[in-house]
Ligand binder design. Structure first.
Ligand code: ZN
Length: 178
């Protein structure tokens, strides 16, 4: 799992006290956020530049999914506390192993094997995987989309959590000009 989004902001809860946030608050915020969300990523990314950020329905669902799950929320809060959201990446991050993409095995996402078409259709998604010490062969997984999203925010690093255990690593990447 790679957290690259501010789920509290997506749900409009950024200024609320997180300790007292309960399921009812979350559900209310979820419904409100859904009403204001865009149905698809394309229109959101076209319209959301500069002014008020516009989130997609998927963003909102993802945010609610994480924050309404006690285990995931604790993990996410830990990540956010370490990252300071917009500020430095101190604390928790300092304890993490730092890798870069060359430590991962590049491959194509087996789930999508569509050929590159004529009208700007995307080809197979490139993904990078790495085995974890817990034994999960592809415990760490980064998709091209996640890198592009991070790049879009001017970031040069993503956090990746193992799918099989609670281990996190930091992965730096260089974006090739193209
Ligand atoms: Zn693991």
């Amino acid at each position: 799992m790679v957290y690259t989004k501010n789920y509290y902001r997506i749900l409009g809860l950024e200024t609320k006290s997180r300790e007292h946030l309960d399921q009812d608050d979350l559900k209310k915020a979820y419904r409100t956020a859904l009403l204001g969300a865009h149905p698809d990523t394309a229109s959101a990314s076209q319209g959301g530049q500069g002014k008020n950020e516009v989130y997609t329905v998927d963003d909102v669902k993802e945010a609610f999914g994480v924050l309404s799950d006690a285990t995931q929320r604790v993990e996410y809060d830990g990540w956010i506390a370490g990252r300071g959201v917009e500020e430095g990446r101190e604390g928790f991050l300092l304890g993490l192993e730092v890798l870069d993409l060359s430590d991962f095995v590049a491959g194509e996402d087996e789930g999508s094997d569509a050929e590159v078409g004529g009208n700007g259709a995307t080809g197979p998604q490139v993904e990078w995987t790495r085995s974890c010490r817990c034994g999960n062969e592809k415990g760490f997984r980064i998709t091209e989309k996640e890198l592009e999203d991070a790049e879009g925010r001017g970031e040069k690093e993503v956090l990746v959590g193992c799918e099989g255990c609670s281990l996190w690593v930091r992965v730096g990447f260089d974006v090739e000009e193209g």
